[in-house]
Design a protein around this ligand. Structure first.
Ligand code: HEM
Length: 187
């Protein structure tokens, strides 16, 4: 994806998820306080996925390796920055899941588990500071929503691209011919 497309997608996803500059600044300042809680969030995530047979079927033997990449990603969630590089990474993560044929609803399911686990940690960490607790819930909801939108966008576009590749293969139409036909086609 080109830089201008990444910038547009970042802006679009942030506006939908209400990830405002204030929320971002709040997370950059306070997010690192959550670092010590991230391993238990990753554990919660995989423990619950493994309990769902349809999800467990995708995890197999590689859970330990997946936990490492998941934890590294969680660290970027709480430390940012939420720039074009973050968007490009989330877009790539979405694509990785498309390539293993993971149903798209697993993305929303996964984010729900992550938010649930964050809630438990936040209750402990900020039990004496309800204001920061509330601000943190709002900021995390936004940043996780932002991440989910980026993965879903990637799903949508990757699925379209895959369908087109299949269509061209079945019909024997070359990509060049298809591109030229599309340019000429008017609704
Ligand atoms: C919120 C949702 C999720 C996030 C943020 C997430 C994050 C990630 C990340 C960061 C990677 C590594 C990507 C890479 O290195 O390119 C990954 C790979 C993977 N994830 Fe997820 N994941 C999510 C949901 C799920 C769910 C629900 C499942 C299965 C039930 C799953 C199964 C996998 C598998 C099988 C891979 C490895 C794919 C491969 O390279 O063969 N993920 N995920």
């Amino acid at each position: 994806m080109q830089d201008s497309e990444l910038t547009a997608l970042t802006r679009y996803a942030k506006s939908l998820a209400h990830l405002t500059p204030e929320q971002e600044s709040f997370l950059l300042a306070h997010g690192p306080e959550l670092k010590g809680h991230l391993p238990q969030i990753t554990e919660y995530f995989y423990e619950n996925l493994l309990a769902v047979p349809e999800a467990a079927a995708f995890l197999g033997e590689r859970v330990d390796q997946l936990k490492k990449t998941h934890l590294a990603w969680l660290e970027t969630v709480v430390t940012g920055p939420y720039d074009n590089a973050y968007t490009a990474y989330m877009y790539q993560v979405g694509k990785t899941h498309v390539l293993v044929n993971l149903p798209v609803e697993f993305m929303a399911g996964g984010m729900t588990l992550i938010m649930e686990a964050f809630h438990a940690s936040l209750q402990t960490l900020y039990r004496n500071d309800p204001e920061t607790l509330q601000a943190m819930v709002r900021a995390l909801t936004s940043v996780l929503g932002f991440s989910l939108i980026l993965m879903q966008k990637s799903y949508q576009l990757s699925a379209n691209a895959e369908q087109l590749t299949r269509f061209l293969k079945i019909t024997g139409i070359s990509r060049e011919l298809y591109t030229n036909m599309s340019k000429l086609y008017k609704e």
